[in-house]
Design a binder for this molecule. Sequence first.
Ligand code: UD1
Ligand code: UDP
Length: 367
Amino acid sequence: MKNLSKKIICIVGTRPEAIKMAPVILALHEQPWAEVKVLVTAQHRGMLDQILREFSIIPDFDLNVMQPNQSLSALTGRLLIDLEKVLKAEMPDVVLAQGDTTTVLAAAMTCFYAGIAFGHVEAGLRTGDMHTPFPEEFNRVVVGKLAKWHFTPTPLSAQNLLVEGTPESQIHITGNTVIDALQYIAAQDSLRPEEYERKVILVTAHRRENFGEAFRNICTAIRTLAIRNLNVDVIFPVHPNPNVKATAHELLSGIQNISLIEPLGYREFIHTMNRCHLILSDSGGVQEEAPALGKPVLVLRSSTERPEAVEAGCVRLVGNNTENIIKETELLLNDSQAYRKMAKGTSPYGDGNAASRIIAILQEHLS
Ligand code: UD1
Ligand code: UDP
């Protein structure tokens, strides 16, 4: 059996990649035909390690590339050089990576140069605007040109690839592995349905295109909401990117009903999402998880590559204008009918079996 096995290297760099690749990695470890290795670039350090611990994933290779306030070019350069050393020495049959970070771009490029087949998990997401989100739209467009297998979360993401000329035979609609990860947590801990005693607004933010004035506008909206609604609490696990952290602490510290806290572990974050009243976020993963938990999300962006939940009515784009964020949030706080319409709890992103579909497709194609 051993000499028939296929070597698969799973590459992860940041928190969301670890969460979304964990179900694939754990399920691949169960496959007798697969020799699985996990390579972490550690584009994120602390937040990545937090998630790896929660899913009991021990990396085989750790590139440890993160540097404080890293620039995109310097990060890409370090990744390309370090990834090549490992991948050329290992020459796996397949490399798998998820999403649209710089780690994924560099992984796909390194595989292309080295002639290694690349499978893209969460393929086909598009806004159609190269600058939003920045640089992620660019990353996924390039990765879309380089991948051999495109595992898309929804029919719409498959359609995006077809429009770009990707052969249909290379596109596989699997659902999003984030729902698998969510169900993994839900199966271990029973998620309590009750909300916190006081209404909680959960906030996350980290997008590069929002840095500067847009993020200041967002923080000003949160500040005003907290001061005007003293019966409401704001919980904000602050992303460690210095561009986020400095502004969040400058504008939101010292307000009694705002808690600025360290990033939460995945398990604790899911519990917090499940018990909060509504979410303000520019995160991709949160737009997918919250609908599955029946929590409305106001997205702090003007476009999204995840329009399915907007169409389903669970997610609304509110942009980064201070007045608009306040207006839309207070509508949900004060109008129970408007709130109920959004808190519908339908998940357009899958049924929790995405990882097993991805593995079945790989097994069929590799055998
Ligand atoms: C990155 C991804 C983004 C993804 C996000 C998830 C790119 C270009 N960006 O954005 O697509 O949505 O991760 O969170 O790939 N830092 C720490 N500790 C950590 C993580 C980050 O201190 O555990 C700080 C460091 O100073 C680091 C900075 O944050 O240099 C930026 O990290 P980076 O991965 O470049 O960008 P993110 O904004 O985290
Ligand atoms: N998340 C977490 N702890 C937190 C905030 C978020 O575990 O304090 C999880 C969240 O459940 C989701 C993922 O991190 O699965 C989203 O990561 P992020 O917003 O950093 O990146 P994006 O999804 O926008 O790429």
